[in-house]
Design a binder for this molecule. Sequence first.
Ligand SMILES: [Zn+2]
Length: 128
Amino acid sequence: MHDHLKSLLLDALNACTPRIAAADLLDDDTENARLDPCADENEYASRVTEMGIALCLKARMRERRAQLEHALKRLEARDYGVCDECGEDIALPRLLANPAATLCVHCQADREYGRGHGHAQGQQLRCA
Ligand SMILES: [Zn+2]
């Protein structure tokens, strides 16, 4: 089963790497666009919006990649599939759905409802 999870993780990692590279290219473009003195106000506004979206996507991709790399390391260390909070095994269907999960379903729910240490994250989710 570990082999299957590892291939899931590697697939997900491979899927997000080119997207980070693409976002890096986009960054170069937006950097140039920002320096263009001819851009009118509307053009400028839409470029700023695009840049914001690109940066947001890239940050998410980077975060995702970090989660996946972390999960792979734990898989190698045979420390995988255990909840960070309570130390219980994370249910297999949950790992198959999200191989980068580090919390069991109960602790994840606790965080999302903003109880205990997960307060800040709960706030983030309400804003999203
Ligand atoms: Zn837990």
